[in-house]
Ligand binder design. Sequence first.
Ligand SMILES: Nc1ncnc2c1ncn2[C@@H]1O[C@H](COP(=O)(O)OP(=O)(O)OP(=O)(O)O)[C@@H](O)[C@H]1O
Ligand SMILES: [Mg+2]
Length: 509
Amino acid sequence: MVSRVTTVAFHGIEAVPVDVQVQIGPGTVVFNIVGLADKAVAESRERVRAALVASGLSLPARRITVNLAPADLPKEGSHYDLPIALAVMAAMGAVPAAELAEWVVVGELGLDGTIAPVAGALPAAIGAGALGRGLICPAANGPEAAWAGRDLPVIAPVSLIGLVNHFRGTQVLSRPEPRVRAAEGRLPDLGDVRGQESAKRALEIAAAGGHHLLFVGPPGSGKSMLASRLPSLLPPLEPQALLEVSMIHSIAGALADGRLSDRRPFRAPHHSASMAALIGGGLRARPGEVSLAHQGVLFLDELPEFHPQALDALRQPLESGEAVIARANHRVAYPARFQLVAAMNPCRCGMAGEPGHSCRRGPRCAADYQARVSGPMFDRIDLRVEVPAVPASDLALPPPAEGSSAVAARVAEARRRQAERFAALGAPGLLNAACGPRMVEEMAMPDAAGRALLSDAAAAMRLSARGYHRVLKVARTIADLDGSERIARGHLAEALAFRASAPSLAAAA
Ligand SMILES: Nc1ncnc2c1ncn2[C@@H]1O[C@H](COP(=O)(O)OP(=O)(O)OP(=O)(O)O)[C@@H](O)[C@H]1O
Ligand SMILES: [Mg+2]
């Protein structure tokens, strides 16, 4: 007889059903796993054997064959232990096989029969719901799985024995409660930054429309400080986006305690990050920083110090909102709609363009340093802002009256206007920065004076077609902040000023 238990394989953030089939039959005493399993799955054999022994069950001295179907779908990870153990137990008659048909099972086993947490419990729970079943998952993943739906049955046992007792009815496990991560501490506030009015304005525009932003300036002028204030201007995640973001973090095993948070992600990978760490992939298919920053901010500090190949690999997700990873035998895509914020010094010594400073290597210093970032990469950045050194006299001034909460209120209002407009255009949830070229022309056509300014500037600045559309999108956001339906010449002029490369970037533009 063949016993069956359903589990899942992850394809992107989607959970694909996998059938674990176990047959115990006559023949040589072996325990085999077949069905395109990777090393972690093949090793599951030893953990299952030990966990069963620890739970007071020994494997029969017969031929045990485990098949993971469909056989052509690659299986990665350690969450196959528990479904395999349950299917073996069902084949031995230790748990009722009919009852297992109601569930999807994920979990890793310890040698002592405890059930260890796994990555991807949330998408597995959503997948189980789509199949009309409940989810059996490790205790530590219970709160996260419970988010998949109020009506979805979830059992989150601590150990294999606990689960067997639940099925026997001797110790019934209650459904875990969904937990929310308490907002940890206060976010850094914009009110801490003295001066830098144009950089603050750019931050506000970027937050309102989701535009990519670059700060250029000498060391210690406050670039990293400004960028880390962006999260305090962004609105919290809406329920649908919250679930999507949490699914990606769940697959990456990055949900602390299985708690979800409605704060937008802010990811700041170090510049030594590899391409796999940024884009995703590597030994096991897992989301990279671009996907972990989905619906939030990816902050690349010291932009030219990143590996040039890693930076160029960012171009595709920046354009499509998706990170595609090619594997040996399949292709995985993770959502990656993030807002890029980058900071850099204008040259290696950091002071090019500062009054009274001349680089030791002359203009080559700035040119060589900036050439590490490709032109197409700069072309994707809508707002380029010069952040000059703050004079000591400004630092001694009292703090600015306006803090993050006042700016965040204006950002929320501009986002509300966008939400209304995009809902009317049949594309709810979009931000100005992410809309397509056809839609831009529909919703961001300036008045006659604006059009004249735009065509003159496009010729003088040699704007690319992408640059042209991006200027229109920024102008749309500026008008939204202004509460204006119409894009006036002034809105466009401000957008163009942010597009015109910062003077110290001239060599690279
Ligand atoms: N505008 C400012 N207002 C108040 N403090 C500032 C300002 N600019 C810089 N500082 C102070 O200087 C410190 C360093 O700033 P920050 O790290 O943001 O500089 P940076 O521009 O990122 O420099 P680098 O190019 O070396 O990375 C801040 O932690 C803060 O104490
Ligand atoms: Mg810095």
